[in-house]
Design a binder for this molecule. Sequence first.
Ligand code: CA
Length: 275
Amino acid sequence: MKNKIIILIISLIAFLNIFFLLKHKIIPKIQALEGMEYVQGSEHIESYYIDKTPVTVAQFRKFINATHYETESEKFGDSGVFDFKTGEWNLIKGANWEYPESKLKPKASENHPVTQVSWNDAVAYCKWARKRLPTKAEYDFAANNAEPEFKTYAWGENAIENGKYKANFWQGSFPQYNSNEDGFLTTSPVGYFGKNKLGLSDMGGNVWEWVQDWNPEKPTEKLQCGGSYLCDPNVCHGFKIGNISSTSPETGLMHIGFRCVKDMKWLLLQKIFNN
Ligand SMILES: [Ca+2]
């Protein structure tokens, strides 16, 4: 009996604490879910919200302006840039999220996915947006429209449908020749190639996207999903659902971006206390 009373008192104190924090806006009210889609969970995956598109340069700029955060590329003074002539990756001075190929090349377009962000930078952005990075399982599940039977691609079975490319990837022969039939040698505007059934864009192609998981075969590297504009289906086929790449968490590359997810549980808790 005495134990039950103690547990009851502790529970009451915890409840009052949360109530106080919410009422005094120490824990903020529900953030708008604008730009996100609901993903109904399954036996192994809890329901969550996911960004409809990769985080754009414009969205990332808001984060930088609000926090004065310095990305790892900016701290290092250089970042990974692909040389289309030699087919090699080089560390290029001054390359960063705003100038993905160096300050001598064009500035990143505001409606394109942000790139040259490390895993640590992506985590910092998601925290600021009161979200988090998806797990690989969550990324793949959303790419597959929350359906149990996995398809080849987020949009279906073929990379070209009715004569139109369904994603931004590499046509030709990597790394020597890109025929550029889809119209983009590097990033494309988010959503340009349409949506999957869930309403999500760029879940395959355009940029690789950081997820939470470490690579089980390379324990110092974090995984990316979704493939990029550099993926030639004959070489890497990264835009196929389930395929991965990985690099160390401080690495920035001109073909890696990210999107965030938001947990249902946290949303429900906030909703209860704010209504
Ligand atoms: Ca392309």
